[in-house]
Design a binder for this molecule. Structure first.
Ligand SMILES: C[S@@+](CC[C@H](N)C(=O)[O-])C[C@H]1O[C@@H](n2cnc3c(N)ncnc32)[C@H](O)[C@@H]1O
Length: 244
C-alpha cells in the first residue's frame, strides 16, 4: 500500500452519508486526508517535536493520545534521541494501529515507541513529561473530557507539558460561519470538491464535537495547569500548550 493514497472517500454522491469512523478505508488515505483538511498540520507536528526537545525529560514517558499512524510520535522521536524516554502511542482503532505498526517497523531509533490498543479514557498516565492530543479530544464524549484532562494533569510530572490540538467552535454563530467558510475555502484550494466537503461535513458532524477556545482554557485552568495558551491558530484550528 502506498503511504500517499489520495483521499477520494467522499468524491461520489453517497445518498445517506454514514457517520465517520477510523476504519480501513480512512486508514488507507489518512495522511493525505489530514494534511489536506487541517490547515497547519505539518507546522503543528514539527512544533510538537520542538516542544518535546524542550520538555521531554530523561527516563520519563511521553504519551501520544489518539496516535493514528504515529505522525506525532515520529516527530517527537526525532527530537529526543538519547534521553532514554519512552513514547507511548494509544489508539482505539485496530486498523490505525496495524498500519502504524508497519510504518514504525521501517524506522530506526534508539527511542522506543510502544503502541497500545486502548480507549484513551482507560489509559494510565504515569511519570509523564509530555502528553499530546493532536485532534483527538474532539472525538471524546463531552461528559468524559474533564476527567480525561484531570487524569493527564495527575500523571504529568511538575513542569510537564500538555499539547492539545483541536478544531474550534466560535461564538457568535456569524463568526463560526466565517471561520468554517475560510476552512472550506482552504479545502477547495487543496483540491477537494464542494461535494466532498459537504459530504465529509455531514459524516463528521455528530462525531467531532468542537468546543470554544474559552472552554478549553477554562478546563485546563480548572484542572490545575499553571499556564495555558494557544501557540498556533489558523481559521478554526488551534493548538494549545499547557504547563503543569
Ligand atoms: C484525527 S485522528 C488523530 C491524528 C493524529 N494524532 C495525528 O497527529 O496524526 C484521531 C484519532 O483518535 C483516535 N481516537 C478517537 N477516539 C479515541 C478514543 N476514545 N481512544 C483512543 N483513540 C481514539 C482515532 O481512532 C483516530 O486515530
Amino acid at each position: 500500500m502506498s503511504d500517499h493514497s489520495h483521499d477520494n472517500l467522499f468524491a461520489q454522491p453517497l445518498g445517506k452519508v454514514p457517520g465517520f469512523v477510523f476504519d480501513e478505508a480512512v486508514v488507507a488515505v489518512f495522511p493525505d486526508m489530514i494534511s489536506r483538511s487541517v490547515p497547519g498540520y505539518a507546522t503543528i507536528l514539527s512544533h510538537c517535536g520542538e516542544l518535546a526537545s524542550r520538555y521531554v525529560q530523561p527516563e520519563t514517558n511521553c504519551y501520544d493520545l489518539g496516535c493514528s499512524l504515529g505522525a506525532t510520535s515520529l516527530a517527537i522521536q526525532s527530537r529526543i534521541e538519547g534521553r532514554q524516554a519512552t513514547i507511548v502511542g494509544i489508539d482505539n482503532s485496530q486498523a490505525m494501529l496495524e498500519r502504524c505498526t508497519e510504518i514504525l517497523q521501517k524506522k530506526h531509533s534508539n527511542t522506543s515507541i510502544k503502541l497500545l490498543h486502548q480507549d484513551i479514557s482507560d489509559t494510565e498516565i504515569t511519570n509523564a513529561s509530555m502528553v499530546v492530543m493532536n485532534f483527538t479530544l474532539q472525538f471524546i464524549p463531552m461528559a468524559q473530557r474533564l476527567d480525561l484532562v484531570e487524569k493527564i494533569y495527575a500523571g504529568l510530572n511538575p513542569g510537564g507539558c500538555l499539547v492539545i490540538s483541536e478544531k474550534l467552535r466560535f461564538e457568535p454563530e456569524s463568526l463560526n460561519s466565517l471561520l468554517s467558510d475560510l476552512h472550506h475555502r482552504f479545502k477547495r484550494a487543496q483540491g477537494y470538491s464542494s461535494l466532498e466537503i459537504s459530504q465529509k461535513r455531514d459524516s463528521i458532524e455528530n462525531v467531532l464535537i468542537p468546543e470554544t477556545l474559552d472552554t478549553h482554557l477554562e478546563r485546563l485552568r480548572a484542572c490545575g495547569f499553571q499556564s495555558a495558551s494557544p501557540w498556533f491558530q489558523c481559521f478554526n484550528f488551534c493548538s494549545l500548550v499547557a504547563i503543569k
